[in-house]
Every structure is written in C-alpha cells, then in structure tokens.
Design a protein around this ligand. Structure first.
Ligand code: FNR
Length: 192
C-alpha cells in the first residue's frame, strides 16, 4: 500500500495561512505516491488540557480520534503559525491531549514528522517551527525531518488558486514532501 500522509494546520481561522499551506501540501501529495489525508483541528474540538478534567472525564473523544489518525499515519506534515515566538495553544493543546490518549499504535513514534510554518512576517514562523520541533523530537521522541518548509510574507505568498506565487517555494515544498514520503515508506517498511 502507499504510505498514508496526514496533514493539518495549527490554525482554524478563516483565511489561515497555515491552513493554506496544509491544503497546498495535501494537493501536492495527491500527485505523489502516497495516500494524503487533510485534517482540520476544527473537527477535533477539545477543552484546554487540565489534569482534573482528565481524571474526572478521561481524554476527550476528539483527542482520541486525532490520536488514532496520527497513529494510523506513516508520515505527518504539520503546519504551525507563530504566536509570540512559539506554538499556538490550539496546536500545543491538541498534541498534549493526543499524547495522553491510549490506543493502538503510537501516534508520535510511529509516523515520521515534517514541519511547515507560516507567518505574514519575515521569519516565516521559524521560532514556532523550533518550538514544534522541540515538542515532537524532545518531548515525544518523534522522528522529525531536518528539512522543513517556512513561508514568510504569507499574506502575499499564495495566488487566488491556493498555489504559491513563487516557483521556488513550490519546489521546496515538493522536495520536503518527497523526502517525507520516502522516509515514511522506509520506516513503515513500505515501497514509496
Ligand atoms: C501573532 N503573530 C505572530 N507572527 C509572527 O511571525 N511571530 C510572532 O511571534 C507572532 N505573534 C503573534 C501572537 C498572537 C497572539 C497572534 C494572534 C498573532 C501573527 C500571526 O503570524 C498571524 O496572526 C497569522 O496569520 C496566524 O496564522 P494563521 O491563522 O494565518 O495560520
């Protein structure tokens, strides 16, 4: 079977640049040797993590579902916006809850991760990408590709069709996704 690559963004805002990058990645993945799955955290609403809530009610259904989506993936392309030089709470909270849910497979050690980030500013969400890398690689023992995609000046980066205006940015995205598919297939013992 082709490797299953899950993609989602750490923003559910209408017109989100991170969601635009996740959607473009899913569109590109659809042209490659894989099974792309585009998710939105809007479909996985969760309260802010609280240990008392977990003790009383357990892990929310949405977190268990997201956990299972990740555990079933061979590769994950995660796109983060940058809030105050770090991860937005929506994404951190989803990861934190998913890390608390039990089930089949391992959502963080199973798939290979690749990171994307966006910002209307000049740094392309670089600092948030490092904070996501720290959470995944140091906190959850995930394998995270060194290669990543950063989209600076995101407000002007996409054309009306959802593609990149800059051809080099598209080449970069394709290169990272190609590596993700290859590594995901290798790790899962699949043929890319
Ligand atoms: C931001 N923004 C921002 N941008 C950035 O490049 N570095 C930063 O540190 C911050 N900090 C920040 C804090 C808070 C609380 C907000 C709400 C926003 C701007 C941010 O990149 C912008 O709002 C993006 O549009 C958010 O990503 P989405 O929703 O477009 O994916």
């Amino acid at each position: 079977r082709p490797p299953r690559i899950v993609t989602f963004a750490g923003s559910i805002r209408t017109g989100s640049f991170s969601a635009a990058l996740a959607a473009l990645a899913a569109r590109e993945l659809a042209l490659m040797e894989c099974e792309p799955v585009l998710l939105s955290l809007a479909d996985y609403p969760m309260p802010i993590y609280d240990g008392d809530l977990e003790a009383e009610e357990g892990v929310p259904e949405a977190a268990r579902k997201l956990r299972d989506q990740l555990a079933r993936a061979d590769g994950v392309f995660l796109v983060t916006p940058e809030y105050n030089a770090g991860l937005p709470p929506l994404l951190k909270n989803a990861i934190d809850w998913a890390s608390r849910a039990k089930g089949e497979g391992d959502p963080f050690k199973g798939p290979v991760y690749a990171i994307g980030s966006t910002s209307p500013g000049g740094l392309g969400g670089y600092r948030a990408s490092m904070s996501l890398r720290q959470t995944l690689a140091l906190g959850l023992n995930s394998l995270v590709l060194a290669e990543q995609v950063m989209v600076a000046g995101a407000a002007g980066a996409f054309d009306s069709d959802g593609g990149f205006k800059d051809g080099r940015a598209l080449e970069r995205l394709r290169a990272v996704l190609t590596t993700l598919i290859e590594q995901a297939a290798l790790r899962a013992g699949l043929r890319a």
